[in-house]
Each structure stands twice: as structure tokens, then as C-alpha cells.
Design a protein around this ligand. Structure first.
Ligand code: KG4
Ligand code: ZN
Length: 375
């Protein structure tokens, strides 16, 4: 079964074809990063307009790169939520239109469940085994931070989540405070090279030993450290009437210890993420620890988890630590097409009246559809 996936939840427009929920035949992503960089973050209205320009060419490219052509596409999976409303609507409406004109089944996918499912996908020449279960999945993206127990691809239990900022959002806000640009995660990874991760003791919120996370105090602590290095900005203030005022990066004295600050800031985020993930894995006797979402691209986080399992388990009982290929960590449509196959197995089809759900917690019924089946 060849499924076309469509993903438009934020600022990436993506389409992909995946066969049998497993093999990625094509995976096309058009990024708007350049568009949002001058604003220091995603501007929702611009993101929605960018989606509508890119969506058809991206889908055409995914169909053609798969080698199947339209005749080989057997179902259409789309991101129904969560995400930015205007961006989601573009994908939802495109998917419905294609399903109607080609008379194909329409499969609604939760974006976060898609991120988790990326761990099941094989790229051409990069075959992966399905993860051994039960697994712990740390889902860390720009909008979400969730610690999940996975008993089957569609049996997901939330063990903990952020009570304020998401981990990716913390990277983005930290990078903004340091004047490093957007997106923050890769910018901080570049800036921290050669820095001392223990020079600044940024706070780690343990939240009474629960598996929840909090990152907002970290941002305030970073602000306190950089303030003394700020130079006066004599440029006139941005036009207060501008619809989208451009972001003006802060100006610092040249002796700002940017590498040490970036390294210490990253260390605080990675430390708390990795520590709680290991605790969850021990409590659930997990056979696999997997990471998902854009922050799963972070090298320090990957290395930390890999070294902590060696420390905490004897070799014979050690869970496998794994993450998807980079192209499947950040927003993509292969994860949506893959997860769509699971929805098809469960008989979870959408109608042509399908709506977008900007707020839709992982593992729950879509809002307003509580009567349909169980999740
Ligand atoms: O999953 P994703 O592409 O989009 C959302 O659904 O949010 O994640 C984007 C987030 C951004 O916050 C970005 O700063 C973060 O992932 N990110 C990273 C890295 N690469 C991307 N964070 C830390 N280290 C990285 N290397
Ligand atoms: Zn995402």
C-alpha cells in the first residue's frame, strides 16, 4: 500500500510516499527558514502564505521522485494537528481535494504521533528494524516536550511533559537572547564549540522528581548572565505600526563569553532531558529508548543518552538507544505517510468534512470526535 503523506503544521511544506508504513520512496521538504529568519522566529500568517505557494509543487515532486506516478498512490495521509491553524488548513484542504478527485481513502494523522513513528521508517539503503517494545520515547520539538511510553505504535501513554516552554523553544529563545539567530538549536550547537559546559550553572527544574519538565527559568537565568555585556543600541526603534516588525538582534561587548554560555545553556537542557528519560526507562523496564522531533538532531543529547545507558544497565539488559535519520527528525511528511498506514489498519478514516485541530494532545481523540473508536 503506497501512501502519500502531506505535512503543513508549521513552516515546513512536506510531501512523501511511504509503502506499507515502512519504506520511504520519496521525502520532499520545502523549508521557509530563510523567510522567518529576519523576524527571529516563525510568523504564523507568513507561514500559512508560504504553505499555499509551496504545497502543489512539493506534492508533484514527491509523486514523481517516488517513481510511482499518481496511478501508484493508493491513499492520502495528512497532518490534522496540532500546529498553526493557517498552516494546517492548507494541508487539510489539499489532502481532501486530492482524495475527492482521485477517489482515495483519507487518513488523518496527529503530527506528534508522526514524529514518534519516524522511528519505524527505513530510507532507501538504510534499512532499520522496528524498535523492540516497550519503549520510552522522548519527543522534543519546537512546540512539544513529551516523555512517552510506547507499547505498540498506536498505544502511547504520556508519562511527563513540559509545563511551560518546549525544549526546542528553549533552544530558540536562548539563541535569540545570545543574538545567534533562528532556528536556535543548530545555532547553539555551532556556537558552543570549544565552550565550557560547566562554567555557568544554569538551573535544572526537577519538579519534585516528577517526569514533567520546565524550561522557562533557564531563559531568565541566561538573560541575567548576558545583560551586563549588552551595548547601548542607538538605532531608532522599529516602526510600531509595522505588521511584522523585524527582529533586531542584541548588540554585545566583544568579551561576551558566547561559547561558554551556549555550551552551559545546552548542557542544562540536555542534562534534564536525559536524566528524566533514563528514570522513565528504568521505571518501565524499557527495551528501547528513542528520541523524536527536531531536538533529536542534537548531538550532545544523543551522546549523553548513549553514555548514560552504559552507566545504568549491565550489557545484557541495556536498552537500545536510537533515533531516526536526521531527515526524519525535523518536520517531514514520511512520518505522516508512515503513521497513516497505522490509521488505515485501525480503520480510522477521515471524511471530506475533516477539520484542522491546532491543539490536539498526543494519544488522545481529536477534539470533537470523542465518540469515534479508542486511541
Ligand atoms: O520537529 P521540528 O522540526 O518542528 C516542530 O514540530 O516544532 O522541531 C524544530 C525545533 C526547533 O526548535 C529547533 O531549534 C530544534 O528543533 N532543533 C534543534 C536542533 N535542530 C533543530 N535543537 C537542538 N539541537 C539541534 N541540533
Ligand atoms: Zn514537528
Amino acid at each position: 500500500m503506497n501512501i502519500l503523506g502531506i505535512e503543513t503544521s508549521c513552516d515546513e511544506t512536506a510531501a512523501a510516499i511511504v509503502s506499507d508504513g515502512r519504506n520511504v520512496l520519496s521525502n520532499v521538504i520545502s523549508s521557509q527558514i530563510a523567510l522567518h529568519q529576519s523576524y527571529g522566529g516563525v510568523v504564523p500568517e507568513l507561514a500559512a502564505r508560504g504553505q499555499i505557494q509551496a504545497i502543489i509543487p512539493v506534492i508533484e515532486e514527491a509523486v514523481s521522485a517516488s517513481g510511482l506516478g499518481w496511478a501508484g498512490v493508493e491513499a492520502i495521509a495528512f497532518t490534522q494537528g496540532p500546529g498553526l491553524a493557517g498552516s494546517l488548513l492548507v494541508g487539510v484542504n489539499t489532502a481532501k481535494t486530492l482524495a475527492m478527485v482521485r477517489n482515495l481513502p483519507l487518513l488523518p494523522v496527529n503530527h506528534l504521533e508522526g514524529h514518534v513513528y519516524a522511528n519505524w521508517l527505513s530510507l532507501p539503503g538504510l534499512e532499520v528494524e522496528p524498535p523492540a517494545l516497550p519503549a520510552i520515547c522522548l519527543l522534543v520539538s519546537g512546540g512539544h516536550t513529551e516523555l512517552l511510553r510506547i507499547d505498540a505504535p498506536d498505544q502511547i501513554t504520556v508519562l511527563g511533559r513540559t509545563i511551560d516552554d518546549a525544549a526546542g523553544e528553549a533552544f530558540d529563545k536562548g539563541a535569540r537572547l545570545l543574538g545567534l539567530g533562528y532556528p536556535g538549536g543548530p545555532a547553539i550547537q555551532r556556537a558552543r564549540v570549544g565552550g565550557d559546559p560547566h562554567r555557568f550553572a544554569f538551573p535544572r527544574a526537577s519538579l519534585g522528581g516528577s517526569l514533567d519538565f520546565s524550561f522557562s527559568g533557564l531563559k531568565t537565568a541566561l538573560l541575567r548572565e548576558v545583560e551586563p555585556f549588552r551595548e547601548r543600541d542607538d538605532a531608532p526603534p522599529p516602526d510600531p505600526h509595522a505588521l511584522f516588525p523585524p527582529h533586531r538582534p542584541p548588540i554585545f561587548r566583544p568579551d561576551l563569553p558566547v561559547a561558554d554560555l551556549a555550551a552551559s545553556f545546552e548542557e542544562a537542557i540536555v542534562d534534564i532531558l536525559a536524566t528524566k528519560t533514563i528514570t522513565a526507562a528504568r521505571e518501565t523496564a524499557a527495551r528501547t529508548i528513542m528520541i523524536a522531533g527536531g531536538v533529536a538532531a542534537n548531538r550532545t543529547l544523543r551522546d549523553r543518552l548513549a553514555s548514560l545507558v552504559v552507566h545504568h544497565w549491565p550489557a545484557a539488559e541495556r536498552p537500545v538507544v536510537r533515533w531516526p535519520d536526521f531527515s526524519l527528525c525535523t518536520d517531514n511528511a514520511a512520518m505522516i505517510a508512515g503513521r497513516g498506514w497505522i490509521e488505515l489498519q485501525r480503520g480510522n478514516l477521515a471524511g471530506l468534512d475533516a477539520d484542522a485541530y491546532p491543539r490536539w494532545p498526543i494519544g488522545s481523540q481529536p477534539p470533537g470526535h470523542a465518540q469515534k473508536g479508542s486511541r
